[in-house]
Design a protein around this ligand. Structure first.
Ligand SMILES: [Zn+2]
Length: 375
């Protein structure tokens, strides 16, 4: 039986735990906790037989994963997908796949290891590392819907960045005033626009950065968590909405919210509507029950509009229809919580890949007026 090395050793520093140690000591409960931390809510554990079943998040975005065909086997400590992937994968590999599918992030082996470590309760409870905290505190569920409170980063870090209003963003219509409101900064050393993410209580829970280095864009994409030294200012995007704090007043007043994909849409909405702005971003192309719950349970929203990027050229062709079905089915899951609509570009006001906010206030209003209601 594999028991956990010197895990009882009070001197054990979790930093010293190697990948093999993690791998050997992982329990079914850890795997369940790991999956929950990603936002998976259908998990069947069979302790007796030593396995666990969950939806196939290995090849589907979280909200589309429905078929219960992904198994974890305690005996060989690996996942197996019985449909599309049809292969074994380690927990690290699954995390990498998940982050790629849901957040377009290329996670390194080290980052995957780091994340999985944070999910090992038995290791973390004996950790003597003082500064270490969980990715979130599992005991601090705040809402009825179990939205975990995320780890908080010291805000002091934000004072290290330059207050430089980057011309590319100014040109796109994001004003200085709004950049200040959202604490947008600039890192000269890394050549990146700094985008702090706050939770609903104004706690700094993550920092993402828009890189301006072409090589980095090629390798990792335009947006990714900021890293300074050893610290990666990452956070699980599935438990927070960008702009939820800054736009809370507008959302509460209007009792409605708009969910966009990217941070820039939130900033532009702020430019257009000031204190009545009500857009938040899920920072990906999926929203989940935690996102919806933040809006409905916490801010009293009863109408939600999905304003995702235009992923089609011709709004009637097959590609567009597929995209449309995806948005509609995501909305339909939550129609018991709020009424839903989504923006659809019938009149070709946007270019492909544009967000509905990208072509100015008039265009946005036109799109908003003709939004499609989910019935
Ligand atoms: Zn799969």
């Amino acid at each position: 039986m594999i028991t956990s090395l010197s895990l009882q050793d009070p001197e054990l520093d979790y930093i010293g735990v190697s990948k093999r140690d993690i791998f050997n000591s992982i329990t079914l409960e850890d795997v369940k906790f790991f999956l929950e931390s990603l936002g998976v809510d259908q998990i069947i554990v069979n302790n007796e037989k030593g396995y666990l079943v969950c939806p196939t998040i290995c090849h589907n975005p979280l909200e589309e994963a429905e078929s219960m065909k992904l198994y974890w086997y305690q005996q060989n400590k690996s996942f197996h997908c019985y449909t599309e992937c049809n292969e074994n994968m380690t927990i690290f590999k699954l995390y990498q796949k998940f982050m790629w599918i849901n957040s377009n992030l290329n996670i390194s082996d080290e980052e995957a290891e780091e994340y999985v470590k944070k999910c090992l309760k038995h290791i973390n409870t004996v950790s003597t590392t003082k500064n270490y905290s969980y990715l979130y505190d599992i005991d601090k569920y705040r809402y009825s819907n179990n939205i975990p409170q995320l780890e908080e980063y010291p805000k002091k870090i934000l004072t290290y960045f330059t207050k430089y209003y980057h011309p590319t963003w100014l040109r796109e219509g994001i004003t200085r005033e709004v950049m200040d409101k959202f604490n947008i900064g600039f890192s000269i050393a890394q050549n990146k626009i700094i985008i702090p993410h706050f939770d609903i209580d104004n706690r700094l829970v993550g920092i993402r950065a828009r890189t301006l280095n072409p090589e980095e864009i090629e390798e990792f994409g335009k947006y990714r968590p900021l890293q300074i030294g050893d610290i990666m200012y990452t956070h699980p995007l599935q438990f927070n909405l960008y702009g939820i704090y800054e736009h809370a007043a507008g959302i509460r007043t209007r009792r409605s919210a708009i969910i966009a994909e990217g941070e820039k849409s939130v900033l532009l909405d702020s430019v257009y509507y000031g204190k009545y702005a009500n857009t938040v971003a899920c920072c990906g192309s999926n929203f989940n029950k935690y996102h919806i719950s933040l809006l409905t349970d916490y801010l009293g929203v009863n109408e939600i509009t999905v304003a995702f990027d235009k992923e089609y050229t011709n709004c009637w062709d097959e590609k567009a229809t597929k995209y449309r079905n995806k948005i509609e089915s995501m909305c339909k899951k939550y129609t018991n919580l709020a009424s839903f609509s989504y923006i659809w570009d019938y009149n070709n006001l946007l270019k492909e890949k544009d967000s509905p906010f990208d072509r100015g206030k008039e265009v946005f209003e036109q799109l908003y007026k003709t939004r499609v209601k989910i019935r």
